[in-house]
Design a protein around this ligand. Sequence first.
Ligand SMILES: Nc1ncnc2c1ncn2[C@@H]1O[C@H](COP(=O)(O)OP(=O)(O)OP(=O)(O)O)[C@@H](O)[C@H]1O
Ligand SMILES: O=P(O)(O)OC[C@H]1O[C@H](OP(=O)(O)OP(=O)(O)O)[C@H](O)[C@@H]1O
Ligand SMILES: [Mg+2]
Length: 281
Amino acid sequence: MLRVAIPNKGSLAESAAEMLAEAGYRRRQGPKDLTVIDPTNEVEFFFLRPKDIAIYVGAGTLDMGITGRDLALDSGAPVRERLALGFGKSTFRFAAPAGADWKVEDLHGRRVATSYPRLVRDHLAERDIEAEVIRLDGAVEISVQLEVADAVADVVETGTSLRQHGLVAFGDPICVSEAVLLEGESARDSQDRAQLAARLRGVARAQQYLMLDYNCPDHLLSAAVALTPGLESPTVSPLAEERWNAVRAMVPRKDANSVMDQLSSLGARAILASDIRFCRL
Ligand SMILES: Nc1ncnc2c1ncn2[C@@H]1O[C@H](COP(=O)(O)OP(=O)(O)OP(=O)(O)O)[C@@H](O)[C@H]1O
Ligand SMILES: O=P(O)(O)OC[C@H]1O[C@H](OP(=O)(O)OP(=O)(O)O)[C@H](O)[C@@H]1O
Ligand SMILES: [Mg+2]
């Protein structure tokens, strides 16, 4: 039976559980359950702290795990990414009090507070910057105000937390992160690992697209098809109304509104977008 770690709480827990349920796996019954066996799919899930997941997978006691790329790197565990999952996106950045033009070199001889000490130490060491790294468990942004640090390195999603504490990010991102499916660095591939990865890929890819349906007269069809080429090519079927067609094509979710605007200006009608829940592409 494949043994898989997933986050039991925190930012990634809900989306990871949703994605696995969409992929056809069994959910846990209660929020305190630490394991669930899915006999149909022959998988046992372990609900662990996201920070610890790479350690279990790296040690080989669990076969695969879902956690953040930044957390996996910070753990130093011997793991590799099998698949990026497209949620839990964030950057991991240095930040310091607003009003000065901070550069990474300015951290030399200063104190940097973070919950990701290995990631920060490695990044600074690569640049020959000697700074004192102060490890905190959370609420890192307040540490400058409370004078235990001169700067921080923390997860930035919207940037609200930094702004609220008078901090500005500087330097290149230390890490661009998202949730990932991990496996041991030297793990041999197997059918059950491949199946979990393929199913999660099916959900992750589906979430990147929408299905567009619209009606279009013959004389606009080639222009409309150029706007919605689909993956291979769109499905075009005749409508009962003469010289009209129904067109169906997948479009990248991020482009969907702009494509719909363009189709509408072109003269397409009844333009509908719908979610694709999972797929095999
Ligand atoms: N807004 C966010 N805040 C924190 N982590 C985020 C955010 N967006 C994405 N993440 C990712 O979630 C992971 C951190 O999850 P984790 O559960 O450890 O922290 P948390 O959400 O701050 O929860 P807690 O502090 O309650 O344990 C990292 O991979 C991080 O990049
Ligand atoms: O850029 P933003 O959208 O503001 O999100 C990033 C913030 O959210 C997280 O904190 P969380 O609420 O998890 O608290 P913590 O720092 O105690 O973990 C993270 O550590 C940042 O502080
Ligand atoms: Mg946190």
